[in-house]
Design a protein around this ligand. Structure first.
Ligand SMILES: Cc1cc2nc3c(=O)[nH]c(=O)nc-3n(C[C@H](O)[C@H](O)[C@H](O)COP(=O)(O)OP(=O)(O)OC[C@H]3O[C@@H](n4cnc5c(N)ncnc54)[C@H](O)[C@@H]3O)c2cc1C
Ligand code: FES
Length: 364
């Protein structure tokens, strides 16, 4: 130091703001309470779960496409005569592992204020105040021992839940049109996406396409018979968000006769003049065969596409490696650009890196 220069005072570092650490594990486990468990038709049900306290705080942030792991091991089986013949053997199986489910709708429960004037709308309380509660809705299909047990849940029953888990759908900058494509049981996360697009991207022009083998395989709460030959359905699950919807069935028992991908191609050809692929994005969830076709359609039409892969899962939190998905990535990482840059095959975990992937990443 040069003589005569003012001595610089050692700066006392400003006290660092301590990170906000929640007083609970942000993924739970949480206890949810059943508020309804409504049969839709055939083997489909809609289950409403109420979360309070830290569970409400965690699930208020659920993004569409995220999922939760449910512990159903202690739930009772239905009486023997209510168990479908094809599930009789399997139903006795012990359920050791949690089961993954995504959500069809997540909303704050509005508690009317005691001080509200008559006719005045009650405002939702902030969830963190401890007053707010979250209602998360699950649409499920009875396939085996766990989902069979879910049918016996009644109002007031508790369920132990870990989540929200995984990533979820995103809206890239510049997108103005969303094509929501659901195959069979793939509809719940797209219904949730419809809710979130309406709230957070109200100018987004969205349309939904729902496909299944037959009308009995469509997990919606509406009799499809009367209108089954018409194409322009208005499924109330999407209609409540002012999103119009098309139904396609392989056998033509409802809506468009053929695969949902053919229904989309039909719609694209009718809307070619007003459709700009660069401003559009496809969001899809459903069986692998449908996702393969939709990913190809998106590539051919140069439309960005995000798909939710519902792989079989065990732990759901990235520990067991049972949900590995074969992917391709540019050398050095990132998402394939679709050009001739070198890429290499790699594996990602559906539960941790997904379940939502850019369609260009997946090796089908
Ligand atoms: C991220 C994610 C989200 C999901 N969201 C939902 C949802 O919203 N609603 C819903 O009903 N189901 C959903 N599932 C599937 C659900 O987890 C299974 O249906 C459930 O675990 C079946 O349990 P089970 O004991 O009743 O039947 P199991 O005996 O475990 O399975 C019955 C049959 O279904 C098949 N199966 C089980 N899981 C899958 C799967 N992931 N993909 C393809 N076939 C499967 C099995 O091979 C078997 O043939 C989701 C799965 C994942 C991974
Ligand atoms: S389910 Fe265990 S790692 Fe994904």
């Amino acid at each position: 130091m040069t003589e005569g220069q003012p001595v610089q005072q050692a700066q006392t570092p400003a006290p660092a703001t301590p990170p906000i650490v929640p007083s609970y594990n942000p993924k739970g486990p949480f206890e949810a309470t059943v508020v309804f468990n409504k049969p839709l038709h055939q083997k489909f049900y809609r289950l409403g779960l109420q979360f309070a306290g830290p569970g409400a705080e965690a699930f208020a942030k659920t993004r569409p496409g995220q999922f939760a792991q449910f512990d159903l091991s202690n739930i009772a089986l239905p009486p023997a005569d209510a168990i479908p013949e094809e599930l009789k053997d399997e139903s006795a199986r012990q359920i050791l592992l949690r089961r993954p489910f995504s959500f069809a709708r997540v909303a704050k429960e509005v508690i009317p204020s005691a001080h509200s004037a008559p006719g005045q709308t009650a405002h939702p309380k902030p969830v963190s105040s401890g007053v707010g509660k979250i209602i998360a809705e699950v649409v499920y299909c009875v396939l085996g021992p766990a989902t069979l047990r879910m049918t016996t849940l009644v109002k007031g029953n508790p369920i132990n839940v870990i989540g929200p888990l995984g990533n979820g759908f995103t809206v890239p900058a510049g997108k103005k049109r969303a094509l929501l494509v659901a195959g069979g049981m793939g509809s719940p996360p797209l219904e949730h996406l419809a809710q979130v697009l309406t709230l957070e991207h109200p100018t987004m022009d969205a349309i939904a396409f729902a496909g299944a083998k037959t009308k009995e395989d469509l997990p919606f709460d509406r009799p499809l018979d009367n209108l089954s030959r018409e194409i322009g359905f208005w499924l109330k699950e999407f209609g409540r968000y002012s999103i119009s919807s098309f139904v396609a069935t392989d056998d033509g028992s409802a809506g468009f006769k053929g695969f949902v991908s053919a229904c989309i191609l039909d719609w694209l050809s009718q809307n070619a003049l007003s459709f700009n692929p660069a401003e559009a994005i496809i969001y899809a969830c459903g069986p692998r065969s449908m996702l393969t076709t939709i990913a190809k359609l998106a590539r051919d039409k140069k439309i960005d596409c995000q798909i939710s892969m519902e792989e079989m899962m065990a732990c759901g939190i990235g520990l067991c490696q049972s949900c590995a998905v074969k992917c391709v990535a540019p050398v050095g990482g990132g998402i394939p650009a679709g050009d001739k840059s070198p890429t290499a095959e790699t594996y990602k975990l559906c539960c941790k890196d997904g379940p939502v992937f850019d369609a260009k990443e997946i090796v089908f």
